[in-house]
Design a protein around this ligand. Structure first.
Ligand code: PLP
Length: 384
């Protein structure tokens, strides 16, 4: 028997209580029963996003939410700035192209965070840019960006900011309202601890104004329609059939998250990331993103002469553990260890213990137990 573990930065493991919610017979969505569930889920989402503004829920993957932001917030021919730190950041520019939007792409060196001063310079040089698209947690490189600082600079330049917080929300401290972030989007298969299939978009008044002025086409993903349905009646509703079972799971997962408390969830992620980094470094491996490491995943440079795909494959085929490989120009060069969502200290002990064994299998004879020892020391200090 090979027991299966998902230790990737999405999809992430799902608590048993949340899985069980999907096993009940389907209910109809235009009923008081579902409306009460949807209302509770919405309130949980607002606490998760740290906003009093509306959070729209779409039946979609994260890329759909990204596309919705381009189609709802831009016009054909408009110039935008994309502040990217990797593969997912660059996706903003690809979507913009499909909507005839002119994206100026600023890409930080992979493995490093977006340089806030560079964004300031670019906005100064392009005063016609009224909207900036960026990423909280760049999953392809394991980098966390400083959204509070970026938002400040973007606002000083008279523009609004749209943040892909798909893999970062629930892992990194994030204050949508306090930092005045205009539009924030996320996806269910990450810090939400539910399966893929829901995408969320939080929007403030400046975002709503930009939406009204934006001329690109949208129908299913129309923010106007979604916001109207959320607010026009006493109970929030959706324009189309919602992904009923996923919304029910979402409500349950958010209850678990808020029982723990957002600050405690962020602290747990920071500690798990710290323990993972300590374990990796104790094995003599190098971190790919040491200067702005993510609390959701740890990216690691592969050992000399070994394609990181082989490390992935060995984790999966020999030990039943799905981690993640390198993407784009880092394919074969890095591997990524997830500690996002439903993860605790025991997961990190397992992940690093298996890493030691995988390294042996691919020919790097590390001292067995040395990574795990470093992990345990951090976990003891962090009480995890
Ligand atoms: C930061 C980030 N943006 C966008 C996406 C794309 O999300 P999806 O695969 O749900 O479309 C991902 C998925 O890993 C991500 O991590």
């Amino acid at each position: 028997m090979l027991k299966k573990y998902v230790m990737a930065p999405g999809p992430t493991p799902i608590p048993a209580e949340v899985l069980a919610e999907a096993s009940f017979p389907i209910i109809h969505h235009r009923t008081p029963q579902f409306q009460a569930i949807f209302k509770a889920a919405n309130e949980g989402l607002q606490l998760f996003f740290r906003t009093k503004n509306q959070v729209m829920t779409f039946a979609s993957v994260g890329t759909g939410a990204m596309e919705s932001a381009i189609s709802n917030l831009t016009s054909p021919g408009e110039k935008i700035l994309v502040a990217s730190s990797g593969h997912f950041g660059n996706r903003w520019a690809e979507i913009a192209k499909a909507y005839s939007v002119q994206a100026e792409l600023y890409e930080s060196e992979w493995g490093h965070a977006i340089d806030v001063e560079e964004v300031r310079k670019r906005l100064k040089a392009s005063p016609d840019v009224k909207i900036v698209f960026t990423t909280l947690n760049e999953t392809s490189t394991g980098v966390l960006n400083d959204i509070q600082a970026l938002t400040k600079i973007v606002h000083e330049a008279g523009a609004i900011i749209v943040v892909d917080a798909i893999s970062g929300l629930g892992a990194a401290p994030f204050e949508t309202d306090d930092w005045a972030v205009d539009v924030v989007l996320s996806g269910s298969q990450k810090g939400f601890m539910i399966p893929p299939g829901l995408a969320f978009v939080a929007i403030n008044q400046a975002g709503v104004e930009k939406n009204k002025a934006a001329k690109n086409p949208r129908f299913y993903f129309s923010y106007e329609k979604a916001l109207k349905k959320l607010t026009e009646e006493k109970m929030p509703d959706t324009p189309w059939t919602p992904a009923i079972s996923l919304v029910i799971q979402l409500k349950k997962a958010l209850e678990l998250i808020h029982q723990e408390g957002m600050e405690a969830v962020w602290k747990r992620h920071a500690a798990l990331a710290k323990a993972t980094r300590a374990g990796v470094e104790a094995l003599g491996l190098k971190l790919f993103a040491p200067t702005a490491p993510s609390p959701a995943l740890t990216s690691v440079i592969t050992v000399d002469g070994v394609d990181s795909g082989l490390i992935n494959k060995t984790f999966r085929d020999t030990y039943g553990i799905s981690i993640a490989g390198g993407q784009g120009k880092q394919k074969g060069k890095i591997f990524r260890l997830g500690h996002l969502g439903y993860a605790d200290g025991s997961d990190i002990i397992l992940e690093i213990a298996r890493l030691e064994m995988v390294l042996h299998k691919v020919g790097k004879k590390v001292a067995l137990g040395s990574g795990v020892k470093a992990v345990e020391e951090i976990l003891l200090a962090e009480n995890l």
